[in-house]
Each structure stands twice: as C-alpha cells, then as structure tokens.
Design a binder for this molecule. Structure first.
Ligand code: GLN
Length: 488
C-alpha cells in the first residue's frame, strides 16, 4: 500500500483515471503512512473523516469521467491555514484548540479542485523559524540522516512538517507558506521541491498572518510539475484579499518547457559570500552548466543591495508580526489565562506571556522597538527604503536576464540543537531566500545533489514578478539534468 504514496501527483492522477486504484485507497495509504511515521512528528492532527468523505466525492467524479485537477490527491495542510472546524493553531499555544468558523481561500481552492486534506502539518510557531524547533507541538524530524552521524536532523522551517511529510512519502504534496524562505529552505533540507509564487498570486485570506507584506502560500511536492499543478489549484484572485492579483491563473504545468534556447540566466555575484561551502559552490557551477546545456545563455549579474536584505527582513517582518500578533489577547481566540489575574491588562499580559514561545516574543519585542516613536525613522522607515532598493536591484537584473540561479540555503540540514546558541546564527539560514521575498518575486527550490554527508542540497531559481512559467521551465531543466533520485 505505501508504494501508492510514492507516486507523483501526475502518476497518481493517471492511476486513478485508469482505475488502477481508488481515491479511497490512495487516502488510506497516506493515512497509514502518517501513522507509521509518527516519530517524525510531521502532522499535529490527521483528518480521516474529512479525507475519506472527500475521497468518496473524488471517486464519484472520476467514475463519471469528471475528474478535477487534483481529484483524489492526498495533501498535507500547514497548520497556519484556517480550516473550518479543524484545529488551526499556527502551532502556537496561544491558539491551542482553536477551530475556525471558516475556510481559508487557499484550502477552499484546494478542495474545489479535488485535493484531499490528510491533516494539518507541524510548523514553527507562527511560521517564525528555520528549523521547526519552535512549534508548541515539538520538533519535526527530517527523514534524512547524515552518513556520518546518527543524530536527528531538522527538516528546515517554518514549513518543516510539510517538507518532512513530502520527503517521507506520507503525502503527494503539502501546502506551505513562505515569508522569508519557509517553503524553499525546508524543501532544500529534505530533497523536495517548493515554490513561493509572486506576492499576490495566492490569497492570504484565512492564513494566520505573520508578516502581511511578505506572506505567500505555495506548495511543496516531489517534482516541478507537481508543484505547478498544486499552485494552479490554489492560486487565483480573491476579493477577500485586497493584495491578491486580479489575473487569470495560467496553465503552468501543461506549458512547462525545459528547452531554454533564447533564455538568459543571471548568476548574481552577491550570492557567493566568502564562507560559501566548496560543495555548494560546485553544485551551483554544475547547475550553471546544466542550464547552458539546456540552451540558456549565462550572464553574470549584480544585485548590489543583497547584503542588506537579511537586516531589512528582520526589521520589516518583526514589525508586521508585532502588529498582527496584537490580536492574540485572550479575549478573542484560544488561550485565556485567568488565574490570579487582577485586571484586564493583567489578563492580556499573563495570557501573552504564557501563550507565546520565546522566538515569537523576541520578534514582538524587535517589532515594537523598530516601530516605536523614537526609532521608527532610524529602523522601520530606513528598512522600507532599503526594501525598495532591493526590489529595484531585481528589476534592473531582469532587464538583462529572464531568471536567476542561486543556492537555496547556505548549508544542508543540521542536527536538532545546533545553531541555537544565538538567534542570529539561525537567521543566517535565510540569507539566500529573503531577497526574493522582499521583492515579491517568485522563487523555487529544486533538489540538485547531495552533500558529502549524503544530505540533499538545493538550487534556487528566481523569476520576474508574475513570471512563474519561466521559473518552472528553468526548474524543470535543473530537475532533468540533476536527476535527483536519492531518497531519505
Ligand atoms: N526563517 C524565516 C523567519 O524565521 C522565514 C520564515 C518564513 O518564511 N515564514 O522569519
């Protein structure tokens, strides 16, 4: 049965249409796989009743020859998406037991195209982190192990439950969210594929907000084409999100073309910091050669403000987070601490002190500091200006090239417990992913090779605003050339 969960979406869809198996069998295989992989802690809750009901509906449509885009496909849903009547906590204690009255637009779209929710995946609390070690449900374990150590590794973050679930073949794909790298970095750490689409492609309605000007939903899957299929399913205009893009969703999957003749690919020199490991550099060079062989012209480019991106991100994102998280006060949602409470303010304070974890508190402190009257101009306003310069870097580069090739993360997956002495060490994980987030442009992670320890390494393809097609095309060329068949 578990072999069914190893199929790609494309293969599973074909098998369903040929009646080789039913959606019900596919869903049961997935539920069993999740049960057998409990030690990974990838799911915080499974939703078998919903999944089997959706499977029955999918089977009925398939029988009538009316299959929809994702009919019958098991998907993990990051716990940051509000799902009606199902725990939606962003893995925070402050939203413990919270069951929303409504469905997020992304999951609504997923269900309307036949996708099946297997359960909610674990994540860093409020999507803040790069290692899935800040969840109130505990750490997620990467299904990959280093050749040279028996230590448990992190699956990346914040969509670590989603990446682990896809890598361990528990589901065909999973939904993630990416504010500064939370789809791409976990994809790189687990040998999976993930795309952060252009800002505005997917509605943020019903996504528990972290940093609203950066948050984007997107898929993690095992192939480029599968990512394109899921993105087609979940993207689209939504009147309930004023920043959602009012444009039709292209048929990316059908149009993927790995022949890059006539395309120019930029190699940004700023993504080559002094400390970049030799094996990552070698992989990046290999990727460059692969794209050349696929017909592309390689062009060195410069994005001069890249070195400020991480600092800018860690001002903008916490500022927005501190504002977004103000709503969690013990009155409206989730946890309410009343023991020994002397006043309303006291209840707010005690609830927030108990409900938020250390990393979330750190972000709220940073955010309120940079937004405070005395420091607003020095930090927040300046960060906004630098953000504009970073966007301009991309605009100027994209006058010369169609896409950029870079590494996804500076290292392979590390052991649980590492990089924890100092939060700044952890923040460095995002050095290659935050610039595209600040500029709102689409970016995809594709597994491209293994480290000397036998761990996956990813390359990142960054595209022009709203040009996901080129991102998929270039990613597909990398996927074909890399032929990444290693499994955890
Ligand atoms: N790791 C980054 C952070 O901690 C990005 C998180 C994300 O993209 N949600 O903020």
């Amino acid at each position: 049965m578990t072999a069914l969960t190893s199929l790609s979406i494309k293969e599973a869809s074909e098998g369903l249409k040929k009646k080789q198996f039913s959606a019900k069998e596919l869903v049961n295989a997935s539920l069993t796989a999740v049960e057998n992989a409990k030690h990974l802690n990838a799911f915080i809750v499974t939703t078998p009743e919903i999944a089997l009901k959706q499977a029955a509906e999918a089977d009925a449509r398939i029988a009538k020859g009316e299959a929809r885009l994702l009919d019958g496909i098991p998907i993990g849903v990051k716990d940051l998406f509000c799902t009606k009547g199902v725990l939606s906590s962003s893995c925070s204690k402050i939203l413990k037991d919270f069951k929303p009255q409504y469905e997020s637009t992304v999951t609504t779209n997923l269900f309307n195209t036949g996708g099946i929710m297997i359960g909610k995946t674990n994540m860093d609390e409020f999507a803040m982190g790069s290692a899935n070690i800040t969840s109130s449900y505990g750490n997620v374990i990467n299904p990959w192990k280093s050749k040279n150590s028996t230590k448990d590794l992190v699956p990346g973050g914040s969509s670590g439950g989603s990446s682990a679930a896809v890598a361990a073949r528990l589901v065909q794909a999973a939904l993630g969210s990416d504010t500064g790298g939370s789809i791409r970095q976990p994809a790189a750490f687990t040998g999976t594929t993930g795309i952060k689409p252009s800002y505005g492609r997917c509605s943020r309605y019903g996504m528990i907000a972290f940093a609203s000007s950066l948050d984007q939903a997107g898929p993690l899957a095992r192939t480029v084409e599968d990512c394109a299929l899921v993105l087609e399913a979940i993207a689209g205009f939504d009147a309930k999100d004023s920043t959602s893009l009012n444009a039709p969703v292209p048929q990316w999957a059908k149009n993927i073309n790995p022949n890059l003749k006539g395309k120019k690919i930029g190699i940004p020199k700023e993504y080559m910091p002094d400390g970049l490991s030799a094996e990552l550099k070698a992989l990046w060079d290999k990727g460059t050669e692969w794209l050349k062989a696929a017909g592309a012209e390689i062009v060195p480019v410069s994005l001069p403000h890249t070195k400020y991106a991480l600092a800018t991100y860690y001002i903008v994102a916490p500022a927005e987070a501190s504002s977004n998280l103000a709503r969690f006060d013990g009155m409206r949602y989730g946890l309410r601490v009343t023991d020994g409470v002397k006043s309303l303010d006291d209840m707010y304070a005690k609830t927030r002190a108990e409900g938020f974890g250390a990393e979330v508190k750190r972000r709220i402190l940073m955010g309120t500091y940079v937004l405070s009257a005395g420091y607003y101009d020095a930090y927040y306003k300046k960060a906004q200006r630098v953000r504009a310069l970073i966007s301009r870097d991309f605009e100027q580069a994209f006058e010369k090239v169609d896409a950029l090739l870079t590494p996804t993360a500076p290292t392979p997956a590390f052991a649980i417990g590492e990089k924890m002495e100092d939060p700044l060490t952890m923040y460095l994980n995002d050095v290659f992913t935050v610039p595209a987030s600040l500029a709102g442009v689409p970016a995809m992670a594709v597994p491209a090779g293994l480290s000397s320890d036998g761990l996956p390494l990813g390359l990142q393809i960054i595209g022009k605003l709203y040009d996901e097609q080129t991102v998929f095309d270039v990613s597909r060329a990398i996927e074909l050339a890399a032929n990444f068949t290693a499994k955890p």
